[in-house]
Structure formats: structure tokens, C-alpha cells
Ligand binder design. Structure first.
Ligand code: HEM
Length: 210
């Protein structure tokens, strides 16, 4: 009985996601605008050191957590696919892979900016010479994500051809960089989640080859 209900719900979710693409694309655009607005608003609060500055910092931390979650969502269908597991809900994520990837970059960018980069550039805080190693991993991950972000469009797919695929395989490197970025800080839900995804990614790749 409960199983039937879950299946019905999954089916409904799947059908809405498949049929209402235009509405869902618009919702993604709205999310991009909100994230960008958080970046601009938060940066100004931090630069001006208003009473909202620590709230802006917290929004930055949560953007990083949301980015890690998004990345896991983007990668799970591929992992399950390599293990030969087909779940309708994860196929929905595949429909919107590009939009989820763009959201991941925008969240990561807002995160990096609000927790360090804006204060570093505008206020001279957190000097780069004293930046801990975990930040280097985060910065590398963000730099690589940037290239995936700017090539997440039909024009780039057409122009780059096979190179587009090669470039987007860097997502496997990015996962490991984020793993080190988070685990070098502390063991948390976020570091454990990305570690599980990174390990499963490797195991599923080996599994699919043999
Ligand atoms: C792909 C890019 C990135 C992702 C997905 C990411 C994700 C995360 C996550 C999940 C946390 C842990 C939050 C927690 O333990 O609760 C974190 C913390 C942190 N990240 Fe990133 N990060 C990225 C890039 C960066 C960059 C570029 C910087 C700065 C240059 C940065 C600086 C920090 C700092 C300072 C913290 C500690 C924040 C605090 O607890 O006060 N991150 N990041």
C-alpha cells in the first residue's frame, strides 16, 4: 500500500517534470536571479560592514552547502546508471542536468565570494599568504567549475564537439577537490556526503568497465 503510494508520487513527479519543462526552466531562471541577488546584496553588506554582514556571511556558508548538495544531485543519475539502476526520480535530474550544473556554479561562486573573496579584495582581510590549504582546494574547484559553467550552452556543445565531453569530465576532479576542501575543515554531513559521491563515482566507473 505504502509502496504503491510512493510509486504514484514518483510517477506524478516524473510526469510533471517531463511535461512542464518551460515552467521549470523559468523556475531555474528565477533561482539564478535570486542567487545573483544574494551575491550582490551580501557583497555590499560585507563591504560596508553593516549589521547584516554576518547574516550575509552565513548565507555564503549555506550557498556552499547547497552547492555540494546540487553537485551530488547532478552526479547520482550517472553513478546509478553505471550500476544499472534505473530510478525515475533520478531520470528527472538528468532532464535538468545543465540547469543544475549552472545552479551549482552560481551557488559555489556566491559562497566563495561571501565567505572570503569579497572581504579579501575590498577590506584586505584573510590575506592570501595566510590562506589555509582547504581554501586552495575550494578555489581550484571553483576555477574549474567556471569553465564548465561558461560552456554549459548549445553553442559550446556544437563548437567544442568531443572536447566538450573531455572538458566536462573535469567534474570528477572537481568532486575530489571539494572533498578535500570540506574534509580538511571538519567531518560534517557535507564532507561525508561528497566523500560518498566521490567514492561511488570511482567504484561505478570501475564497475562499468568490467
Ligand atoms: C566549488 C566550490 C566550493 C564549494 C562547493 C564549497 C563548499 C563548502 C562547504 C560545503 C563548506 C562547509 C560548510 C560546513 O562545514 O558546514 C565550505 C566551507 C568554507 N568554504 Fe567553501 N566551497 C567552495 C569554494 C570555496 C572558495 C573558492 C572559498 C574561498 C576562497 C571557500 C571558502 C570556504 C570557507 C572559508 C569555509 C568555512 C566557512 C565557515 O564555516 O565559516 N570555499 N565550503
Amino acid at each position: 500500500m505504502k509502496g504503491d503510494m510512493v510509486r504514484d508520487l514518483q510517477e506524478k513527479f516524473f510526469q510533471i517534470a517531463a511535461k512542464e519543462k518551460r515552467i521549470i526552466y523559468r523556475l531555474f531562471y528565477l533561482a539564478y536571479i535570486i542567487i545573483f541577488w544574494v551575491f550582490v546584496w551580501g557583497s555590499l553588506e560585507i563591504i560596508r560592514q553593516t549589521p547584516n554582514a554576518s547574516f550575509a556571511y552565513n548565507l555564503g556558508v549555506w550557498s556552499g552547502r547547497a552547492a555540494v548538495t546540487m553537485l551530488a544531485v547532478v552526479l547520482i543519475p550517472g553513478i546509478l546508471g553505471r550500476f544499472g539502476i534505473q530510478i525515475k526520480v533520478t531520470r528527472v535530474f538528468t532532464f535538468y542536468r545543465r540547469q543544475l550544473g549552472i545552479t551549482t556554479f552560481l551557488l559555489s561562486f556566491t559562497h566563495g565570494m561571501l565567505v572570503r573573496i569579497v572581504a579579501r579584495i575590498a577590506l584586505g582581510w584573510y590575506p592570501i599568504s595566510r590562506a589555509p590549504l582547504f581554501e586552495l582546494f575550494g578555489s581550484l574547484a571553483l576555477s574549474l567549475l567556471f569553465f564548465l559553467f561558461i560552456t554549459s550552452n548549445d553553442w559550446s556543445v556544437g563548437r567544442l564537439g568531443l572536447w566538450w565531453k573531455r572538458l566536462h569530465r573535469f567534474v570528477y576532479v572537481i568532486v575530489w577537490l571539494i572533498l578535500f576542501h570540506t574534509i580538511l575543515q571538519r567531518v560534517s554531513v557535507w564532507s561525508v556526503m561528497i566523500s560518498a559521491v566521490a567514492m561511488l563515482e570511482v567504484v561505478s566507473l570501475i564497475y562499468s568497465k568490467y
